[in-house]
Design a protein around this ligand. Structure first.
Ligand code: GDP
Length: 478
């Protein structure tokens, strides 16, 4: 990382005052404890006739955090990655199937559809990648460990049913991940379809049609009949153009695991989405804490392929063990290196599980506020009835302790679900359950993801607890 003026002077074997004087001659007023950037260090070196070589020490085992430094000339357009979300029975599966059947990548017709958790189609000569993972998995793969996987959400809303709890949930997940939403108003073939009502309702959640001054594209469709699907895909491509999606294919691949399972005959079968670089058969890879050498790759038509470029989903064979959906993967120079990195990651995970936790909890909130890390406390509210959730939201949003505020990123009626935990984990939020409890799966997941879940029966107690936590007055829990 960067050095302070004092540290750098020592490296140069010069007095700090000399360095400071040079800096002033550049027009920079700097104190001895001030950090200077690499360019300035190189410039200062030149002034003293010393060649400064800057070598960044990178921890490759933490490859999620590695920044990509690409020459802009190496960046090429890549297909958008789309997740379809919405309330149960509003037509997600039907839409995914209709799109898949109608638009198979050219030259691939006749292949047998292989379910690998994602597929790619071609529209007007341009590709679109769809993540085809069910239910909660969609939330996980939409945004894996805080990193963005999905570029665009298609929010399916049945025109005969309108906005429902999972519609709202999908909106909040997309917003928290900063993913633009295209609304597919589905089931337009039904006589009782009322698309205007859907638009009206969505406006309340900040999803507003462009015609009404908002920034969301709405497309009326019938997933069952196939009407409007072409329009929808055109809008996806339009949105993709606006996003200017690019990646550098000329380097070892990085990306994310979409799904993985153990097959008795073949070993670990995983689907990965290449996000940058190009993945090749024979590559040494680390996914999650596991490593391997890619023995074979298949595409979504069940065909063997040898290379996969950015935004391509691909089934891979050859991993030592089964990684989790949402794990990052990266290619390394050889298997030995991959093995070492994988074991280092395994070790780190164990230490992390025992040691400090990075997630926000009410118990260490005050410390985080004091350290200036926290300007907003993200909160998810689940209550027995919508009215309580709203009342609670209103009260919590009024809290302001020395400029730190509560931000409600999702609220709704019903038990605390796995999807709530995923959202909390990805957005560093705490969850408040008001007269509700977590579902058993959600409870286990909260423990695993170290999400702070607080259960209450009295609104006043919730307010008091949050205020005390912000002021550092919370009694420690034992
Ligand atoms: P999901 O739970 O969101 O995946 O919903 P499905 O795709 O399973 O659809 C639920 C039901 O709605 C099924 O019976 C579908 O046939 C039906 N359905 C889906 N899309 C349409 C549509 O555009 N029009 C009509 N009439 N029915 C639809």
């Amino acid at each position: 990382g960067p050095l302070t003026v004092g540290e750098f002077a020592k490296q140069l074997r010069k007095e700090a005052s000399e360095v400071i004087r040079k800096l002033i001659s550049f027009g920079t007023m700097a104190a001895i404890n001030q950090e200077i950037d690499v360019d300035t260090m190189i410039l200062l070196g030149e002034e003293f006739g010393i060649r400064v070589v800057y070598k960044e020490i990178v921890d490759e085992s933490n490859f999620e955090e590695l920044e990509e430094h690409d020459d802009p000339n190496d960046l090429v357009e890549r297909p958008p990655v789309v997740t379809i979300m919405g309330h149960v029975d509003h037509g997600k599966t039907t839409l995914l199937d209709t799109i898949r059947e109608s638009k198979i990548t050219s030259g691939e017709a006749g292949g047998i559809t292989q379910h690998i958790g994602a597929y790619q189609i071609e529209k007007d000569g341009r590709k679109i990648t769809f993540l085809d993972t069910p239910g909660h998995a969609a939330f996980t793969t939409m945004r894996a460990r805080g990193a963005k996987v999905t570029d665009i959400t298609i929010l399916v809303v049945a025109a005969d049913d309108g906005v429902m709890p999972q519609t709202i949930e999908a909106i909040n997940h997309s917003k928290a991940a900063n993913v633009p939403i295209i609304v597919a108003v589905n089931k337009m073939d039904k006589p009782d379809a009322t698309p205007d009502r859907v638009m009206q309702q969505l406006t309340e959640y900040g999803v507003v049609p462009e015609d009404w001054g908002g920034e969301n594209i709405f497309v009326p469709i019938s997933a069952l009949n196939g009407t409007g699907i072409d329009d929808l895909l055109e809008m996806v491509l339009l949105q993709a153009e606006i996003l200017e999606l690019k990646a550098n294919p000329e380097k070892p691949a990085r990306g994310v695991v979409i799904e993985a399972e153990l097959d008795k005959g073949k070993g670990t079968i995983g689907t990965v989405l290449v996000q940058s670089g190009t993945l090749r058969v024979g590559d040494a890879i680390v996914a999650g804490n596991h490593f391997g050498k890619i023995r074979a790759m298949i595409n979504d038509r069940g065909r063997r392929i040898k290379v996969a470029s950015p935004s391509t989903p691909v089934g891979i064979l050859g991993l030592s063990d089964v990684p989790n959906a949402g794990d990052a993967f990266m290619v390394f120079e050889d298997e030995k290196k991959a093995r070492a990195i994988a074991s280092q990651r395994g070790l780190k995970e164990k230490q992390a599980a025992q040691g400090t936790q990075a997630k926000v909890t009410l118990d260490d909130l005050f410390k985080q506020i004091q350290e200036g890390e926290m300007k907003e406390l993200n909160v998810i509210i689940k209550a027995d009835v919508q009215g309580s959730a709203e009342a609670l939201q209103g009260s919590l949003e009024k809290i302001d302790v020395e400029g730190v505020r509560v931000k409600i990123i999702h609220s709704g009626a019903g038990a605390i679900t796995e999807s709530d935990i995923i959202l909390a984990s990805a957005s560093n939020a705490i969850i408040i359950g008001f007269n509700v409890r977590p579902e058993p799966n959600a409870r286990a997941m909260a423990e695993r993801e170290q999400v702070d879940v607080r259960l209450h029966r009295v609104i006043y107690n919730v307010i008091e607890e949050i205020e005390s936590a912000m002021k550092g007055l919370l009694d420690p829990e034992f």
